[in-house]
Ligand binder design. Structure first.
Ligand SMILES: [Zn+2]
Length: 170
């Protein structure tokens, strides 16, 4: 077995409706295609396919929690959960961090396209107030605190889903 998982995530088709992507996910075969709009979060998914990690942050000075200076949300939220005002987009310029927790996945659920076994990881990144859930390309033994950086499936390799973000050990 290789010490890295092979990334062979099939691309999802999508329509563009206004500014939003509507993804076709044939998760259960042709009869089970799931249509899902990314809506106001489209910049996040589009950014992944371009090798950019896009987050949102609240800039409302009257926000009861962040006062306009809070850490970023990742995955992003269109509106601030604390003050319900629209958030602004920002690119995470150094998309690296450390493993906050992890699970070793030996059997995936229906429709999972990640080669098993693999590590599902939660990542803490500087400047990001939330924990990012993703997967690790490495299969070597890991521990909490190990440093990782974000990687992306871009261009024709992109799946146009959240699987376009993954991490590798630094
Ligand atoms: Zn807010």
């Amino acid at each position: 077995m290789s010490d890295r998982i092979e990334l062979k995530t099939p691309p999802s088709q999508f329509d563009v409706v206004g500014d939003a992507w509507v993804v076709h996910n044939p998760r259960f075969g042709a009869e089970g295609t799931h249509f899902h709009t990314y809506g106001l979060l489209t910049p996040y998914f589009k950014g992944l396919t371009e090798g950019k990690l896009m987050a949102t942050h609240c800039v409302n000075a009257k926000c009861p929690i962040g006062h306009g200076k809070a850490d970023s949300w990742l995955p992003p939220r269109a509106d601030c959960p604390d003050c319900h005002q629209p958030m602004e987009w920002t690119q995470v310029t150094d998309p690296s961090g450390y493993i906050y927790s992890f699970t070793h996945v030996e059997r995936g659920g229906t429709g999972l396209t990640i080669e098993t076994p693999y590590y599902q990881i939660d990542v803490k990144m500087p400047g990001v107030g939330t924990i990012v859930k993703s997967y690790l390309v490495n299969r070597t033994p890991i521990k909490i605190g190990d440093k990782v950086r974000a990687c992306f499936l871009t261009g024709k390799a992109a799946s146009n889903t959240c699987l376009d973000l993954y991490f590798e050990l630094i």
